[in-house]
Write a protein of this length. Structure first.
Length: 130
């Protein structure tokens, strides 16, 4: 596996699975993809219904959370790619794919996420997107 592919896989895995905190509108710890989804949905509602009242502020907070969380995932993926770049391609692939499988299993089988905007206060990967 190339170093570039390693970085991209780590970025996608971190973007989809890494619990990141945000405390602007209640304490939540969810993956960056959740913030991106909230920003996109908020922007769509604001454009469709008209951005009046507190809507632009709320959408702005979601966009800021999405940008910061995505940036954090990107920086972490770059650091991991640089660290794993010194290893052999086979070892790099094994470590990367092993991490993704373990992180996905942990996100599905445990409740690492916390959100005030979901069905319950804590949940796994399935619960935060339902």
């Amino acid at each position: 596996m190339s170093v570039r592919a390693t970085r991209w896989l780590w970025f996608v895995a971190l973007f989809a699975l890494l619990p990141l905190p945000w405390m602007a509108m209640g304490v939540s710890v969810v993956p960056a993809v959740r913030y991106a989804m909230l920003a996109t949905a908020g922007l769509a509602v604001a454009l469709t219904e008209g951005a009046q009242g507190p809507a632009p502020i709320i959408v702005g907070m979601f966009v800021l959370a999405a940008v910061l969380a995505t940036g954090a995932c990107g920086l972490l993926a770059l650091a991991v790619g640089r660290l794993l770049g010194r290893t052999s391609p086979r070892r790099r692939a094994a470590l990367t794919l092993g991490f993704i499988v373990l992180a996905l299993l942990a996100a599905l089988l445990t409740q690492p996420y916390r959100t005030p905007y979901g069905h319950g206060p804590r949940g796994g990967l399935v619960e935060i997107f339902s």
